[in-house]
Design a binder for this molecule. Structure first.
Ligand SMILES: [Zn+2]
Length: 72
């Protein structure tokens, strides 16, 4: 099951919850039990993708060294 982050509309608290696909409507706030919660985009997934793209700054796309047969 995917882990999602939610924000409660009643008390403003953020919390994470494991949710089945299509089961977001059954999530309640962990602090106050309110059912008015917004699902937030996972910050974990965004950060991982961005750092991976940055690591290809040196060398070419197919090797980690600064020069190989496919480097230009
Ligand atoms: Zn709440």
């Amino acid at each position: 099951m995917p882990l999602y982050e939610f924000k409660c509309q009643a008390c403003g608290r953020r919390f994470e919850a494991l949710v089945r696909i299509g089961g977001e409507n059954g999530v309640c706030c962990l602090a106050c039990g309110g059912r008015e919660v917004n699902k937030l985009v996972s910050a974990f997934g965004i950060g991982g993708g961005a750092s991976r793209l940055k690591s290809t700054g040196s060398g070419c796309a197919t090797c980690s060294s600064s020069s190989c047969s496919t480097c230009k």
